[in-house]
Structure formats: structure tokens, C-alpha cells
Design a protein around this ligand. Sequence first.
Ligand SMILES: Nc1ncnc2c1ncn2[C@@H]1O[C@H](COP(=O)(O)OP(=O)(O)OP(=O)(O)O)[C@@H](O)[C@H]1O
Ligand SMILES: [Mg+2]
Length: 361
Amino acid sequence: MALLDIKGVTRRFGEFTAVDNVSLSVEAGEFFTLLGPSGCGKTTLLRMIAGFDLPDAGSVLLDGEDLAHRPPEARPVRTVFQSYALFPHMTVEGNVAFPLQMAKVPPRDRPQRIAAALEDVRLTGYDKRFPHELSGGQKQRVAVARALVTHPAVLLLDEPLAALDAKLREELQIELINLQKEVGIAFVYVTHDQTEALALSHRIAVMNHGRVEQLDVPSRIYGFPNSRFVADFIGQCNLYSGQVVARDGTIVAIDVPSLGPVRVATRSEPALGSSGTIALRPEQIRIAAGAPADAPGNHYRGTVADLLYMGDVTVYKVETSGGSRIEALLANSQGGGAKFFEVGDQVEMSWPVDAGHFIAG
Ligand SMILES: Nc1ncnc2c1ncn2[C@@H]1O[C@H](COP(=O)(O)OP(=O)(O)OP(=O)(O)O)[C@@H](O)[C@H]1O
Ligand SMILES: [Mg+2]
């Protein structure tokens, strides 16, 4: 049995459906992420797990028990907010002690629990400081310690790193991964940042318009998106749509206007004449000055229209003679014979049939 079971949960605000019949389950010890664009219903769903809000339909179960009649403080669930929500007039110790007081943990047991929670987030020795004497990252750690100190079954984190700069965010991402492993508590993590979701999670639910579009492990979400939305939302992706014009075993050809037939391997069996989309990651495309020596499944010639040097990699936007745009990514670590292209250069792009991923519809 899953630890947390969300069954057909719906939440409406007037005519608007913010969370639309969502079902998913989170296992004990899992790092589970709700990922989606702003307004897709992530916070609303989290609030219903925490008990700050109630579903209009469906149920939230923990260890098989329906939580509908349990107020937030009676649920073994704690939340870390983006804004940290620390009490400004209380020290770090006071902040972390607060949930223990609420839970009526005997005073003699508190110091040890507080010390353990602060050690978990590497803040030993900071107990007498006030929030205004802490950095953003430290405040965030206090918020996590405060949430962990009562040993909840599930920790909810709503964009906890969104307010921090990129470098610190990366540091805290690694800390969160380690912390979650150490404490073994299930995390339900909310973010709209796809790289963060891919880096942190055991599984990801990609949400759009209040629904779960895809639920899977990060590598499958990235490599096998099941819709145009997921493909586009998770990192850069070339998306080519058209009609299925040929099928030969597991390989289908899609006639993409402005590009011509594109071949892709798929286990699904789309009917001839049906429509489909090929999702192709920029790093799967080979880009070279000369024609490829082998016979790749797909081969196009084009002109570099734009390039974006990003240090470790360069993204090339190449225009084909038919007017199609193909985005290709080249690692700049490819030393030796690597040739770096300029805007206006003629290039050859190729990719094997198993590089792209076919999405029906
Ligand atoms: N109390 C409310 N009353 C009316 N509409 C609401 C209420 N709370 C949320 N909404 C609407 O529900 C939708 C989902 O909101 P929610 O806060 O869950 O989005 P989100 O995915 O967390 O977005 P973000 O990434 O911006 O935080 C939004 O369109 C929002 O305006
Ligand atoms: Mg939100």
C-alpha cells in the first residue's frame, strides 16, 4: 500500500477547476515532485494534502486512512513554504521548538529533538540567532528543520528554493537530496523548474491545467514524454508534427511540412494517415560540416541562423531549405576535430531513427 494516496481529487473555485480529478500515490521514503507551469494547481493540491483546504471531490489517504476529518495540525504532514514563514521575533531555537510545543512534547525532550533537527540541516550552533541574522539559504534550512522536528510522515515543500540565486539553489538541491535520504521521510516537492525536478526526484507528476499529464521517473519523463506539452515543458525539444505516411516494422515516417519525411522508431502502431509528433532533443542531433559517412535515419542540410554560446555547450539554430528550424546542441568539450560553426555556415544534421520519440496525435 502506498503511504499517501490521492484519489480523484478535484478543487473548484467558482466556475474554475484548479485541480481536476487528480489521482496519484506516493511511496514511503520517496522524493516525489509536482512539476508544472504557474497556475496549474500545484499549490492547491499541496494545500489539500496538508489540510489547509478541502477537496470538492475525491479523497486524500495516508496509510489507508482518509484524512478528510483531520485538521492540518492533526495530520502527520508538515509544509515548508517558499517564503519560509519563520517567526521573526523568535530565535532559530524558538522557531524549531514551536511545533514541539504545539504537539505537547515534554519540555525535557525538546532540546535533544531541536539539536537533532538543526544537525540534520547543518545549522548546529545557530540556535540563538534571529531570522534577520541569517542568509536566505540558512533561513530555508531553519524552515526545513522546523518542519522535520515533529517527524512527520510526509514533508510538503512548495517551491522552497525559488527565492534563492542559482548557485545557492544548486547547493541546497544537493543538501535536500542528502537530507531526504538520511531522514527517509517522503517528500512531496513542488516546483515549476524542470531541471530542479529532474535532478531531485524519484518520480515526477507533470501537471497542466489542474491535471496530471504524465507521471514517471525523471529519465522517462525526459526521454519519453507522452504529450507535446510534456516534451516542450521539460527542457528544450524539437517538435515536428505531420501525417504518418509510411510504416515499416517499428519505423514510421511522418511527413512534416517544410521538412519532408522524418523517420522514427516506435513501439506504438500508428495508422497510416493518422497524425503524430516527433520529439527530438537538441543533444541527439549530430551537426557537422560535411555529410555523415554512415547512412543515418534522418539527414538534413541547413544554414546556421542563430547560435547561443553557453560555456559548456553551444546551441545552434539551423534553418533548412524548406524553412524548418532545427535546434542542435554541441558540447564544447568535444576537443580535437570539433569545428565550431558561425551564423551563415552550411551544416549537415543527422540523427538515427531511435533518437526521436513518437507521440501520437
Ligand atoms: N482561493 C482561490 N480562489 C480562487 N482561485 C484560486 C484560489 N487559489 C488558487 N486559485 C486559482 O487556481 C489556479 C491554481 O493555483 P495554484 O496556486 O494551485 O497554482 P500553482 O501551480 O501553485 O502556480 P504557481 O507556480 O504560480 O505557484 C490558479 O489559476 C489560481 O488563480
Ligand atoms: Mg504555487
